[in-house]
Design a protein. Structure first.
Length: 106
C-alpha cells in the first residue's frame, strides 16, 4: 500500500505529543495483535523504528507501522477513549469491527 490515511483527533494528538516529549527518540508505532471480540486489534505503542517498518506522517507526527499491520492501516482513526484511565483507540475504518470498535475481522 502506498497511501496511509491516519486521522488523529485533537485529544489523541495532545496525548501522543505529550508522550513523545517525555520519550525522546521514540515513535508512535502501530502494531497488529490478536484479541478483542472480533479477532484483531491495532494498538499504538511507543517504540523505535525496526527494519521493515513503514513510516508515514500525520499532523506533524511521524508514525511507524509494523509490516504485518500495514494491510489494515489504509484508513484509520486514532482517538482517546475518555475515562479515569484514558485509552488510545485505533479504529480501522475499512474492516468489519466489533460493536465497541476496538477490534476487527481480517
Amino acid at each position: 500500500m502506498d497511501i496511509h490515511v491516519i486521522n488523529v483527533n485533537s485529544d489523541a494528538l495532545k496525548f501522543i505529543t505529550e508522550a513523545l516529549s517525555k520519550n525522546p527518540g521514540m515513535y508512535p508505532r502501530i502494531v497488529l495483535r490478536s484479541g478483542g471480540c472480533a479477532g484483531n486489534m491495532l494498538l499504538l505503542t511507543l517504540d523505535t523504528i525496526y527494519v521493515g517498518d513503514i513510516e508515514c506522517s500525520s499532523n506533524g507526527i511521524t508514525f511507524v507501522i509494523e509490516p504485518v499491520a500495514e494491510p489494515y492501516t489504509e484508513d484509520i482513526t486514532i482517538c482517546v477513549k475518555p475515562g479515569l484511565t484514558p485509552e488510545i483507540l485505533i479504529h480501522n475504518n475499512i474492516k468489519k469491527t466489533c460493536r465497541c470498535g476496538k477490534s476487527f475481522k481480517a
